[in-house]
Design a protein around this ligand. Sequence first.
Ligand SMILES: Nc1ncnc2c1ncn2[C@@H]1O[C@H](COP(=O)(O)OP(=O)(O)OP(=O)(O)O)[C@@H](O)[C@H]1O
Length: 321
Amino acid sequence: MVLVLELEHVTKVFTSGLFGGYEVRAVDDVSFEVGEGEIVSLIGESGSGKTTIGKLILRLLKPTSGRILFRGEDIWSFDREKLRRYYYKNVQAVFQDPFASFNPLHKVDRVFDLVFRNFLRGVAPGEREELIKRSLESVGLNPGEVLGKYPHQLSGGQLQRILIARALLVEPSLLIADEAVSMLDASTRIDILNLLGEFRDKFGTSVIFITHDLALGYYISDKIVIMYRGRIVEWGDAERVFGNPLHPYTRMLLESVPDLSVRWEFKGIEPEREEERVYEIKGCRFAPRCPYARKECYEKPPQTIEIEKNHHVACYLYLKG
Ligand SMILES: Nc1ncnc2c1ncn2[C@@H]1O[C@H](COP(=O)(O)OP(=O)(O)OP(=O)(O)O)[C@@H](O)[C@H]1O
């Protein structure tokens, strides 16, 4: 399989607190790959580092260590021109709140301006209208119903579709969808997921689907990456991870979803300071919540091993010795 994106031992440490005295390893030694036309879901509860990974891939943040490769090239080796014209044309993103991407004082059509200015400069004005209409139709919108409107005149689902149309206008190799359907109602959510699947099938677009919702991840993905407090605990083919969950955390998540058609939400909110302390644990960060935790779990992060083909876990339960 041709690889579009590779994360190699990526770590991002934020320093916070007075005089930068406190460190949060928001992303800790994370490695995974995205193949051409693959849909990969990053799943984890709040604070697991999903959004930070999205920002690192979009080069909005620089890794503290590790490398991110796009089609074999380190994204930090790109100069400004290559970043704008090549990388951002190939890697597009859609975020959670569609309303935040529109200026309420401007007609929605304005969101297409930047794309034409940066990536489609040679397109003539007449052709431009045609391209916009076609891309709106491809996401199931009637251009006559949305063009010329202000954001408040449209629904969240329509606005999110416009943003997806804009992202797909440049035919990216990779789309990052960060909680992109969380704010939409259930049926619109499924329509948009189906749409991403269609684009994958038609154009070979790879998707990184970031979500805290296990059921959505299961619905859409080829590959699943389960994260806990900055680290990958389990990853592999979606069928294998869901059919044979290995990590106690993955099992706990699945047990809290009695019915995969029902939206899952994590309810166990701990006090913030406690949450932060978890990042200081030298070993497995899930250890304080794990029924099987033993001494070594607190001492050193468990190695990741492949248990069956395309199914990996980082847990001492599976390590000998
Ligand atoms: N700029 C920052 N400065 C300091 N800490 C940060 C910063 N950005 C994120 N963090 C911390 O990094 C950790 C991971 O955050 P991140 O937003 O990536 O998680 P997430 O899985 O996307 O959660 P959510 O679903 O709530 O967005 C959290 O503890 C968060 O507080």
